[in-house]
Design a protein around this ligand. Structure first.
Ligand SMILES: [Zn+2]
Length: 132
């Protein structure tokens, strides 16, 4: 990685290119984590016994789950042209399965490539995150 040009314009161009590549990669990472979670959930569903009186789920007494700040609504299907929608937690304008995400992941998703994620027009997560 030492074959860099000596002049500032080309160095700045290379830096900008690498920054774009990093942002794209991180967006894809968020998307892939969400997809992986969906697959894990589907896999867990295949292991479940048939519905019936279920025992109460065991919860750790110390660690309470943090409320989700944002959520991502999955695409209609993998590869559907309409990107997955990012919502503020509690938004009622969802039609499909949602998954809780942190503010950091929501921010990452909404600042990345719009072909993967879009902001909900109703709850406006971009505004809540201070992105506009
Ligand atoms: Zn929404």
């Amino acid at each position: 990685m030492t074959d860099l040009p000596p002049d500032e314009p080309r160095l700045r161009q290379i830096l900008a290119h690498l920054d774009r590549q990093l942002a794209e990669t991180e967006t894809v990472g968020v998307y892939l984590r969400l997809q992986r979670d969906a697959v894990r959930q589907a896999l867990a569903a295949t292991d479940r016994p048939p519905p019936g009186p279920a025992p109460a789920p065991a919860r750790p007494a110390v660690e309470a789950p943090r409320p989700a700040e944002y959520m991502v609504e999955q695409r209609l299907q993998a590869g559907h042209p309409l990107a997955a929608a990012v919502h503020v937690a509690g938004c009622r304008q969802t039609e499909r399965e949602t998954r809780a995400v942190s503010a950091g992941d929501a921010r990452q998703a909404l600042t990345g490539d719009p072909k993967f994620f879009r902001a909900c027009d109703f709850c406006q997560p971009r505004r809540v995150l201070g992105l506009e």
